[in-house]
Design a protein. Structure first.
Length: 89
């Protein structure tokens, strides 16, 4: 799906454009906390992601210790409509 390919660039664009995070600090293992995003900024980020990608990105899921890789995966699953499936019987 096209929206899946724009997740990382969208996250980068939102962080640099809206929150003025330097692009060099936006790394896969960066956390919202390491990017100095407080709880209000995280909530605003969640709203922007919902408006931009159509994914309900509850700010509780975007907790301060989540890496950008974790957040991208959460959003990717939301965009894809994926629900984790257990193969255990």
């Amino acid at each position: 799906m096209e929206r899946e390919r724009v997740i990382h660039p969208t996250i980068t664009e939102v962080l640099t454009g809206t929150f003025k995070v330097p692009a060099v600090e936006i790394l896969p293992d960066s956390t919202m906390d390491s990017l100095e995003m407080d709880s209000l900024a995280i909530a605003e980020f969640a709203v922007i992601i919902k408006e931009t990608l159509g994914v309900e990105a509850d700010s509780d899921k975007l907790y301060k210790d989540a890496t950008l890789t974790d957040i991208s995966e959460f959003i990717r699953e939301g965009v894809a409509g994926a629900v984790p499936v257990s193969h255990a019987r």
